[in-house]
Design a protein around this ligand. Structure first.
Ligand code: KIV
Length: 280
């Protein structure tokens, strides 16, 4: 660590990515990269690699806190990690999860969203489907852009009975499409699909004008996201099928962390990741 730590983590100014940037990329058929991040040094490394969007995910419960699910994470955890990330990155659009039960009522949603937006988030992410329509409307009407996370929604792990691929049957696929329609009509700015069959994610991406981010959802979504620890090979459990280690991959020329982020960003931009091997 250098004696000049504060200035060494000050990123060079770059044009910030906004929702308009993502909408434009979608309209042009171009993709964007997203990684989870929880602190300033990695956020700075992501800026050096031009990562387009950062998610302060409640996955921090597992990868940072060592919990067995995202359920113990609270709003103050999200605020703390968001504050740290935004100090390290002035380029990426910042998405922040509202954690488990922090948006169960409209009043809770407003209080939680206010806290993470004041910490520096640009967009909040909430998990669910059509039942979130009123929440999406209220937040959007109050100046809070919303990303709705559908498919495998980890906050509902106890309902699903494990981390399983969703939307495999025609009935499940129809329901997912109806849920997407409801939240987009309510004003959602982004959708995020986790662990759904690639053809279904493609159909959702083509159906809606809002950008769709995928994880374990095939190559045809508008953006891709991975948990940072997973793509650096820091596993506390067996990695999911959709995970690729970019630290050790041949495409990482420098074999360091910034190199891994650059290799991931480049692979997403080229639609070289995910391959069929990393999709359902
Ligand atoms: O919390 C998180 O990291 C997420 C990703 C898995 C998309 O929601």
């Amino acid at each position: 660590m250098s004696d000049q730590a504060p200035s060494s983590i000050t990123p060079k100014p770059k044009a910030p990515i906004t929702l308009s940037t993502l909408n434009k990329l979608k309209a042009e058929g171009k993709t964007f990269s997203c990684l989870t991040c929880y602190e300033a040094s990695f956020a700075h490394a992501m800026q050096l690699a031009d990562i387009d969007t950062i998610l302060i995910g409640d996955s921090l419960g597992m990868v940072v806190q060592g919990q067995s699910s995202t359920l113990p994470v609270g709003v103050q955890d999200m605020v703390y990690h968001t504050q740290n990330v935004v100090r390290g990155n002035s380029h990426a659009l910042i998405l922040c999860d509202l954690p488990f039960m922090s948006y169960a009522t409209l009043s809770d949603a407003i209080t939680s969203a206010k806290a993470v937006m004041q910490a520096g988030a640009n967009v909040v992410k909430i998990e669910g489907g059509s039942e979130l329509s009123d929440t999406v409307k209220v937040l959007t009407n109050n100046g809070v852009p919303v990303c709705v996370h559908l498919g495998l929604t980890p906050q509902s792990v106890n309902v699903f009975g494990g981390y399983k691929v969703q939307g495999k049957t025609d009935a499940q696929a129809d329901k997912l499409m109806r849920d997407c329609t409801a939240v987009v009509n309510a004003g959602a700015s982004l959708l995020l699909l986790e662990c759904v069959p690639a053809p279904l994610a493609k159909a959702v991406t083509e159906r809606f004008d809002v950008p769709v981010i995928g994880i374990g959802a095939g190559v045809d979504t508008d953006g891709q996201v991975l948990v940072m620890h997973d793509m650096l090979g820091i596993y506390t459990r067996k990695p999911a099928k959709f995970v690729k280690n970019f630290l050790t991959d041949d495409s990482n020329q420098t074999k360091d962390i910034v190199g891994a982020f650059k290799a991931y960003h480049h692979a997403v931009k080229q639609r070289a990741f995910p391959t069929k091997q990393h999709s359902f």
